[in-house]
Design a protein around this ligand. Structure first.
Ligand SMILES: *Cc1c(COP(=O)(O)O)cnc(C)c1O
Length: 266
């Protein structure tokens, strides 16, 4: 098990969300992307990690097509969206950007699996067997495959989606039968709080779960990737082993509505 790189100086920035200005030009996006990459590099340095071991996934939810086009022009080749319908509409509108790929990072109803199977390259919120089966069936029909992350509820909040940590081991055993799903790792949303200690515990829980399950995971199931951390807490997540950080507001600018709108109970 890797050591925790506990850094008492690393804080959350949830209270600063309203301060992220809107990016309205390609150079705004370039500037914001560079600033986030610098924060990633600094967190990696504190943790004794290689900055290349962390992938930045820009999250474009709620932002208009024009913003997404600017982000793409600034170098973003994959965008994260939490609602499949919104992601689908944006994908349809931006088919001219042939190198732009889509990661769906939010809860998905089984009856929407066919949409994801058609256009997404990655799905980070796998949390039920029914959904896994529906996705696999639709992907087989499309002749496609999909990178997936199993979402784990590490905060214990009823409002958060994801499997309970103790359910993940049995869940993984069923996945090799679904050959269109390429399991890459685990994903979580930490407690949405300025209580750094409790936020960090969520990330530690995901890493420890991964470390333990790596021993028993079936052949073909990789748990290498840990998707955790967003604008307000990604430095802490990196200190605890994140390999993917999902960052929206620090790149695109603050969202118009408070976070309680996106995370009930926050
Ligand atoms: C919106 C969202 C993020 C990014 O949050 P920001 O505060 O914009 O960085 C990360 N993960 C998920 C699942 C999200 O829905």
């Amino acid at each position: 098990m890797q050591p925790s790189h506990f850094n008492p100086g690393t804080t959350t920035r949830h209270d600063q969300h309203g301060l992220y200005p809107q990016a309205v030009t390609v150079s705004d996006f370039q500037h914001n992307l560079a600033a986030v990459q610098a924060r990633i590099a600094a967190a990696c340095q504190r943790a004794g990690r290689d900055a290349a071991s962390v992938r930045l996934l820009p999250v474009s939810k709620t932002k208009p097509e024009s913003s997404l086009r600017l982000a793409h022009a600034a170098g973003c080749q994959m965008l994260g969206e939490n609602k499949v319908q919104e992601a689908w509409s944006k994908w349809e509108a931006m088919q001219d950007l042939v190198d732009l790929r889509w990661s769906v990072i939010g809860h998905l109803q089984t009856n929407k699996a066919k949409l994801v199977a058609r256009f997404a390259s990655e799905f980070q919120a796998l949390d039920s067997l029914r959904l896994a089966e529906a996705l696999d069936r639709r992907l087989q029909a499309e002749g496609r495959s999909l990178d997936v992350f199993v979402q784990v509820n590490t905060s214990g909040e009823a409002s958060k989606y994801g499997l309970a940590p103790e359910e993940v081991e049995a869940f993984l055993q069923a996945l090799p039968a679904m050959s269109a799903l390429r399991v890459r790792g685990l994903m979580t949303l930490a407690l949405f709080s300025s209580d750094v200690v409790r936020v960090r515990q969520c990330f530690v829980r995901l890493r420890q779960l991964r470390d333990r399950l790596q021993q028993s995971a079936p052949a073909g199931i990789s748990l290498q990737q840990l998707s955790m951390g967003m604008s307000g807490d990604f430095e802490i997540a990196i200190e605890e082993g994140a390999t993917v950080v999902r960052v929206g507001q620090a790149i695109f600018g603050a969202r118009p509505l408070p976070d309680s709108h996106y995370w009930p109970g926050a």
